[in-house]
Design a protein around this ligand. Structure first.
Ligand code: SAM
Length: 226
């Protein structure tokens, strides 16, 4: 049996740096992960019935591509993004504008662990893609998510899993060589900062969240509440 490496936390917000601006980050992400964003939004659409003024909260939208993909497919949805980085907010706003969905979305600066600027029981759905591994206090984060979700609200969170198998590691090692601006390095550090499905299950049990389930494939994990 292979042992699972200890988690190596990453910082919270991703900001402009000497190496890369968030405009450059956004373009690289769109080119590299375009299909993944589509898959993410398709997976969500399968889980939600069309509804009037269906209100979504996206945690850590970064350049916004995942939520934008969802809004383009479903005109009945409105989305608010809560993002730790003001540089990302600048870029997400521009992307939403260019993609013609800015009338149905807005982005706000803040962190998931402390969402006191958001009212309780207001969202029909909370989503997040590849942000959870940055969260400094996931227990607090899930309590806050539970508070802002309507009682019957749904959840879809997607992230890497740190305990990926050898095949997953091989894919990461090979693919990361072809990602520009040294971003392959960040992909690897985000995997090292991510959780295992078991750790997430234990966390959800600890805070007594029922109806939430954790599923996984060889590279990623999802947390859903149906
Ligand atoms: C790896 S990026 C993923 C961005 C986007 N969801 C995607 O899939 O392209 C993680 C994002 O989460 C944001 N973030 C990190 N910690 C956060 C927190 N505690 N609350 C809200 N956003 C956070 C970062 O600033 C960054 O934009």
């Amino acid at each position: 049996m292979t042992s699972i490496k200890h988690r190596i936390p990453e910082g919270e917000a991703i900001n402009d740096s000497m190496e890369i601006t968030m405009e450059q980050y956004s373009e690289i992400m769109k080119k590299q992960l375009g299909k993944e964003y589509e898959k993410f939004s398709d997976n969500i659409i399968k889980r939600i019935k069309p509804g009037k003024n269906f209100k979504i909260l996206e945690i850590g939208p970064g350049p916004g591509w995942a939520g934008i993909s969802l809004l383009k497919k479903r005109p009945d949805l409105v989305l608010e993004g809560l993002e730790a980085s003001s540089d990302m907010i600048r870029v997400a706003g521009k992307n939403a504008d260019r993609e013609g969905v800015s009338a149905r979305c807005s982005y706000k600066n803040g962190v998931v662990e402390d969402m006191r600027t958001l009212n309780s029981s207001v969202y029909d759905l909370v989503i997040s893609r590849d942000s959870m591994h940055h969260w400094t206090d996931p227990e607090k984060a899930f309590s806050e998510i539970k508070r802002v979700l309507k009682p019957e609200g749904k959840l879809y969170i997607h992230d890497s899993r740190r305990d990926m198998n050898l095949f997953g590691k091989l894919i990461v090692n090979i693919s990361s060589r072809f990602i520009p601006n040294n971003m392959g390095k960040y992909w690897k550090s985000s995997i090292a900062a991510s959780y295992t499905p078991k750790e997430i299950e234990e966390l959800l049990n600890r805070i007594k969240y029922d109806k939430w389930s954790v599923s996984s494939d060889f590279m990623d994990l999802q947390i859903t509440k149906i």
